[in-house]
Design a protein around this ligand. Structure first.
Ligand SMILES: Nc1ncnc2c1ncn2[C@@H]1O[C@H](COP(=O)(O)OP(=O)(O)O)[C@@H](O)[C@H]1O
Ligand SMILES: [Mg+2]
Length: 364
């Protein structure tokens, strides 16, 4: 081993950042595999046998949300890798029965690794999530990690790809080595970012290498961990890549029943107070994603707390659907409805739905 590697390793060890030590060790394994295979394999064994200590060794970043803390891995080699730590119980995603069943099987397989391995079987260790934005890919990955009691890391490939492309391959390798060095869930978000750059002629060679890295790594993912990749644009991802995942899960926009369930769940203990507006809320949310539901519902709940007196009218304004999507007859019906049901002044209803006051008066 070269003296500078020893010095670097000592420096990292003294700084007490365990994740950096692991990361650097994983790089050394790769570096010395050819020239000094004995040292490389000893190092590799060490990495595999030593359990990760508490994650407090990771440098904290000033991002703090309700449910988890985010830390960024402090090695400059690794751009964009975030570690999420769960502090309070995390939200359980609303899922279709078939996705829920798949998830239950995955967690059961991981809990029974020994039984599977006796028969030469390996638990599901790579999954690809496909589907539009805001339907639960990220929170499902987080939820799975939590169920499996494993640390959770997110690598957003758009941020990696926007850094110098020449470095992306090394970056991706470093992240993958790091994730493979201990049991964890690695979430590769927006893997289509790799494919999107394919049009750029100058990048072709580098992109091919990246795709090769991905292909090799997906298949050899350790049984004790889980690699999850997500994409909003499955058509952009090389089919050779997604065929190698053990499991493919298609996420879809919520159905009407799921929308209703989501609204009720997000309303929490305010559900009874919002019951009179349920129909309007649901009609406003037609075709929306779960994250749109979450956004609208939180905004309405806050509005009610901040502005209890003018709540009803301000809320109705928020619930006006996209008028472009409504026919004139539908607009008239809604205007009339809101005047009747919520005592909205006719003038206001007329303005809101772009119909004349007379039309509303006539229909009441
Ligand atoms: N299936 C779901 N069940 C419950 N909440 C959801 C679901 N999907 C999305 N959400 C809400 O929307 C937010 C964004 O979801 P996210 O998982 O990041 O979507 P995606 O990764 O598919 O773009 C979540 O924080 C959550 O509040
Ligand atoms: Mg996401």
């Amino acid at each position: 081993m070269k003296p500078e590697d020893l010095i670097n390793m000592t420096r990292l060890a003294l700084s007490g950042e365990e994740s950096d030590v692991r990361l650097f060790a994983a790089q050394l394994v790769r570096k010395y595999r050819k020239t000094d295979p004995k040292t490389a394999s000893q190092l590799e064994d060490l990495l595999k046998s030593a359990p990760t200590r508490s994650s407090s060794v990771l440098r904290k970043q000033n991002i703090n949300t309700d449910t988890f803390q985010v830390t960024s891995i402090s090695d400059p080699q690794i751009n964009g890798l975030l570690k999420y730590e769960f502090s309070t119980p995390i939200e359980r995603p609303l899922l279709s029965t078939s996705i829920e069943q798949s998830f239950m099987q995955v967690t059961a397989e991981h809990r029974r690794v020994e039984i599977l391995q006796k028969k030469g079987l390996k638990p599901t260790s790579s999954i690809i999530f496909k589907g539009p934005p805001g339907v639960g890919k990220t929170i499902s990955a987080r939820w799975l990690a939590n169920e499996l009691d494993l640390p959770f890391y997110i690598l957003d490939l758009t941020s990696v790809m926007s850094s110098l492309l020449g470095k992306t391959g090394n970056n991706l390798r470093a992240v993958i080595d790091f994730a493979k060095s201990h049991p964890c869930v690695l979430f590769l978000d927006e893997i289509d970012a790799i494919a999107k750059r394919r049009n750029d002629e100058s990048d072709v060679g580098e992109l091919k290498r990246l795709v090769t890295v991905m292909l090799q790594e997906i298949e050899n993912w350790p049984a004790c961990g889980l690699l999850i990749a997500a994409t909003n644009h499955p058509d952009l991802v090389d089919p050779a890549i997604w065929r190698r995942f053990d499991l493919e899960i298609q996420f879809s926009q919520p159905t009407e029943t799921q929308l209703k369930q989501a609204v009720n769940e997000f309303l929490g203990d305010d559900a009874a107070d919002f019951a009179p507006w349920m129909e309007e809320i649901l009609s406003r949310l037609k075709g929306s994603s779960f994250s749109d539901v979450k956004r609208l519902v939180s905004s309405l709940r806050k509005l009610r707390l901040i502005n209890p007196n003018r709540f009803e009218s301000t809320m109705l304004e928020k619930l006006v659907p996209d008028l472009g999507l409504l026919s004139r007859a539908e607009r008239i019906n809604m205007a009339v409805d809101w005047v009747r049901k919520f005592d909205m002044p006719i003038l206001r209803a007329a303005k809101m739905f772009s119909v004349s006051r007379d039309t509303i008066r006539k229909s009441i």
